[in-house]
Design a protein around this ligand. Sequence first.
Ligand code: C5P
Length: 234
Amino acid sequence: ARHLALIPAAGVGARMEVQMPKQYMALAGKPMLRHALDTFAAHTRIDHIYIVVSAEDAYIDEIMAAAPALQGRVTVLRAGGPTRQESVRNGLLAITAAQDAEADDWILVHDAARPGLNAALIDRLLDELQDDPVGGLLALPLVDTIKRSNQGRSQLTVPRADLWAAQTPQMFRSALLLRAFTQAAAQLDAITDDASAIEMLGLQPKLVAGSPRNFKVTLAHDAALAEFFLKGNE
Ligand code: C5P
């Protein structure tokens, strides 16, 4: 089975308060998207990479033209939807409609907004899941004490021992992932990652230890932190 990366990059970055979609903001010398893209492209166990952008995306062509090493390794799908989940589903549909993926090929769905992915994390995910019947995701045990809010007052403290924060990549066989997204179609608005769709089938994705550096750049100050780590990696 092959390993195919699928990067949803069709967001608008509403929470960043910037004009340009956040996945294209410059971070440690290149557009944010290029960090995860280059990590996948340089990884010998990744067979191909698909990026999902919006139909009207004005940046991706220039980014691809500036990276000749990515040519032939990456396919851009102008198939973005209004939410991350719809972008992932549209990407999956495009890949399977083109018969680019066998049923047992692994799809690694990874947020463009997680530039801190590295080769060791990809290896860990692939190694831990290679014989797994379900698939799984990178995730981290929670460190904060978690409160359930009731109109701004702390109603209760949620025991955190069993709580993990989901990261990406999230890795599932293409046929299973497509079945999960098809089944979850009516509830796509209610889910925020790929593993949730698998859970709705009654399956339990494996939690594989991620890294704090693989956080999602969401708010304005996250960019400075990401840059700090990315520069240290070079
Ligand atoms: O907005 P958020 O940070 O949760 O987005 C996670 C990932 O999903 C980002 O890489 C973003 O570009 C992508 N996304 C997408 N299509 C959308 C919204 C988000 O591909 N409509």
